[in-house]
Design a protein around this ligand. Structure first.
Ligand SMILES: [Zn+2]
Length: 141
């Protein structure tokens, strides 16, 4: 994990109680990150099992612990889309697509939005999932 202190940004701090660069106490932050990962993985498991309500609940909890977790945001955007909450899904995906740096998350978010633009129009019957839940579990520890 990365030091959360503005202007520090020291990296590879997993398991460290304090930032060696700025001295920040990282213990509570480490717990929050761990909980965010736990709920992200639970959210993925629910999504794979077809339980979108459960996936949404877990992803929102994870994001409460770590709002800057863009990967969780991306999956939440896809899940909300599949649940029919397009306005919120679109807002989330647009924010992620506009992130600087051209990350994989922003590319995926942009692709989801393009898929939506190719849709026949508002009110068209959905032709099935466009945004499949991602495969593979992340491991951040
Ligand atoms: Zn630091």
């Amino acid at each position: 994990m990365r030091c959360p202190v503005a202007g520090c940004g020291a990296e590879a701090l997993d398991g460290q109680p304090a930032c060696p660069t700025c001295g920040a106490d990282l213990r509570a932050y480490g717990v929050a990150i761990g909980l965010a990962d736990l709920h992200f993985n639970r959210g993925l498991a629910h999504a794979r099992a077809g339980d979108l309500a459960g996936a949404e609940r877990e992803l929102r909890i994870g994001l409460a612990f770590r709002p800057e977790d863009h990967e969780s945001g991306l999956v939440l955007g896809k899940v909300l889309w599949l649940r029919g909450a397009q306005p919120e899904a679109k807002a989330i995906l647009e924010r992620l697509a506009a992130l600087p740096g051209g990350t994989e998350v922003s590319r995926q978010a942009a692709r989801c939005l393009e898929a939506d633009a190719a849709k026949p129009g508002p009110g068209a019957a959905p032709s099935g999932p466009r945004h499949k839940p991602p495969q593979g579990r992340r491991k951040r520890h």
